[in-house]
Design a protein around this ligand. Structure first.
Ligand SMILES: Cc1cc2nc3c(=O)[nH]c(=O)nc-3n(C[C@H](O)[C@H](O)[C@H](O)COP(=O)(O)OP(=O)(O)OC[C@H]3O[C@@H](n4cnc5c(N)ncnc54)[C@H](O)[C@@H]3O)c2cc1C
Length: 391
């Protein structure tokens, strides 16, 4: 068995890194350190839905009660055209029932706070301002050098350093360049004293080459994303975000105009959206990738954070029952590769459809959506998301 005193370094204090640290502690590993390039556990992005597959894992690691306090239970995933025609809806309770848990929308700040509070409670160390520059193989150990001149050694290195420039992915795969998927997202988080939402229904509006999604967290709080097909470094990047958003989406549903107008300027961000091509190996020597560093999927997959959480649980369960790290890493990838790749490819497929700018294509896509059997759609989604979860 792998020694529970083995020195474990987790690179990145994002959703995957922090969840893995908590799960490792639960399995009895004692020497866990987290290294994060930022000076605090910042919460990039507005919010996420922790679908039932992720909440099932969070329950296993005793985090669900904290999530329930801040998160909102999602009821429906509705689809609309930009002109306000209803295309159909998935009843989320069907997905929840098939997976055996509940789906919650939560702000990134709240999720990150829950994870860091737990890590601190467990007295696990997060070393902020530790920007990893290089990993060097030293036989039984890996040397890690940081921008601040620190150098450490670890017996097991978990690369949870995200999708954009993962040093762990570079070490494992040599190439770590993310792939721009030809669309941008403006994301925002909104909170008001007045009720904003009458029900916790995700509203997804489809245009042609454009899309706007709104996710309520509770009556007074929610987050949203406006997406548009655009090349990298488009002129809009430099423009006033709110002005651009109102120009593009202001004439869609009145709800969209309302949420954009009420969002504080500093809570709106412009993001060029990347994912990663699947790679055939997630590990090399004593380094194993998890989360976005291994399999970054587009936001249209709705599963990036959820899959990082699933990774954390599988990785730690496998590590705690394996004879060697080599066995553990191989088993981990074997269990996780197909599911994460299918989800990433589904995210690309939906993005290509949503951000297609051909009018005829979009008309046909909406027509198909209107005739979709949403009960079957929910069953298919649940089947994929439930794969390999604990009972
Ligand atoms: C616009 C957008 C919207 C999204 N919306 C959703 C959603 O609604 N639902 C969902 O499930 N997923 C969503 N995702 C995906 C989700 O954010 C990620 O899949 C998830 O955060 C992955 O977790 P992670 O821990 O692997 O990476 P991250 O959360 O990105 O964490 C990586 C961490 O590593 C640190 N790091 C990076 N490089 C270094 C280095 N060299 N040294 C030290 N530290 C380093 C970073 O600072 C960061 O803290 C979205 C993504 C984007 C881009």
């Amino acid at each position: 068995m792998i020694d529970k005193n083995a020195q474990i370094a987790i690179l990145g204090a994002g959703i995957g890194g922090l969840t893995t640290a908590i799960a490792l502690h639960q399995k009895g590993f004692k020497n866990i350190s987290i290294y994060e390039r930022r000076d605090t556990a910042s919460a990039l992005g507005a919010g996420v839905v922790l679908w039932a597959n992720a909440s099932k894992i969070l329950d296993r690691i005793n985090l669900l009660s904290a999530i329930e306090k801040c998160g909102g239970k999602i009821k429906e995933m509705q689809r609309w055209t930009e002109k306000g025609a209803f295309l159909g809806a998935i009843d989320v309770k069907n997905i929840n029932a098939d997976i055996g848990s509940t789906s919650y929308a939560i702000s990134r700040v709240d999720l990150q706070n829950i994870l860091t509070t737990k890590v601190e409670e467990l007295q696990l160390l997060i070393h902020y301002n530790h920007h990893v520059l290089q990993l060097i193989d030293h036989g039984k150990e890996i040397g890690i050098s940081f921008q601040n001149q620190d150098e450490i050694h670890a017996e097991i290195v978990i690369g949870a350093d995200g999708r954009m420039n993962s040093i762990a992915r570079k070490y494992v795969n040599e190439i770590n360049t993310p792939v721009y998927q030809n669309f941008v997202n403006w994301i925002g988080i909104i909170e008001s004293d007045q009720p904003l939402f009458s029900a916790n229904n995700v509203m997804d509006f489809w245009g042609c080459g454009e899309r706007f999604g709104i996710v309520p967290i509770n009556k007074y709080k929610g987050y949203w994303a406006g997406g548009k097909s655009l090349p990298l470094n488009a002129a809009l990047k430099e423009e006033d975000n709110k002005e651009q958003l109102l120009e593009i989406f202001g004439h869609w549903s009145p709800k969209i105009k309302e949420v954009i107008s009420l969002t504080a300027d500093e809570n709106i961000k412009y993001i060029e959206v990347y994912d990663q091509h699947p790679i055939s190996k997630w590990y090399k020597n004593n380094v194993c990738l998890i989360g976005d560093a291994a399999h970054a999927a587009l936001p249209t997959s709705e599963q990036g954070a959820c899959q990082a959480i699933e990774d954390a649980w599988h990785f730690t369960s496998i590590l705690s029952t394996s004879k060697t790290t080599a066995d553990a890493f191989e088993t981990f990838q074997k269990i996780r590769f197909q599911k994460t790749t299918t989800i990433a490819m589904a995210g690309r497929e939906l993005a290509q459809s949503l951000f297609n700018t051909n009018e005829q294509f979009c008309k046909q896509r909406n027509e198909n959506a209107m005739h979709t059997n949403y009960t079957t759609a929910a069953q298919n989604i649940a089947k994929l998301w439930a794969k390999d979860l604990p009972n």
